[in-house]
Design a protein around this ligand. Structure first.
Ligand code: CUA
Length: 179
């Protein structure tokens, strides 16, 4: 038989399986299953995947809630754009708005306290990349992502947009303080 001509017995699945072939199929299947259950295990024990809740929202709804928190808990403003620095009480809901090309407001959280961080975008897809700890999440317009966070190290963190969002993408950075 040559590779150019069609095989004489066309129904390949009616041929008996060679032992070597069967062994490889078994190895491949076992490995597939290991990899599949690793995904679940990694989520539970790997401490790398974020567990988020996601709800539908609109820019108006989200802005109203974010504005209320900003109005109540702003402690000072920073930068020449007077971005409010918001220090909400531990355990509360904190809001972060992403839009072309900024994050608003600046959050100031307390170390070892838990917060529910709500994220949305008012326009296009943005990214929330928390540096230097390298936590990543996409911020999708129309959706409210809620991440339960307990910062365990004090310091100044940068929030970097890591989804390309236009001409000002490289300038889209925010700040987060942990005291
Ligand atoms: Cu926002 Cu890139």
């Amino acid at each position: 038989m040559s590779a150019i001509l069609p095989p004489t017995e066309r129904l390949w699945y009616k041929h008996p399986i060679d032992r070597v072939e069967g062994t490889w199929i078994a190895i491949a299947l076992t490995w597939c299953l290991i990899m599949f259950f690793m995904m679940i295990g990694w989520h539970i024990w790997g401490k790398q995947n974020l567990s988020t809740e996601t709800y539908r929202t609109t820019p108006e709804q989200f802005t109203t809630k974010a504005q209320a928190v900003v109005d109540k808990w702003t402690v000072r403003t920073e930068t020449d754009q007077n971005i409010p620095v918001v220090a909400p009480p531990p355990g509360s809901d904190v809001y972060l708005v992403a839009r072309l090309w900024s994050f608003w407001p600046i959050l100031e959280l307390e170390k070892d306290k838990t917060y529910r961080l709500h994220l949305t975008s008012l326009d296009y897809n943005h990214g929330f990349s928390l540096q230097p700890v390298n936590i990543n999440i996409q911020i999708v317009p129309g959706f409210e992502h809620v991440v339960t966070v307990t910062p365990n190290q004090s310091g100044t963190y940068s929030i970097v947009c890591n989804e390309y969002c236009g001409i000002g993408h490289h300038q889209m950075v925010g700040r987060l303080y942990v005291k």
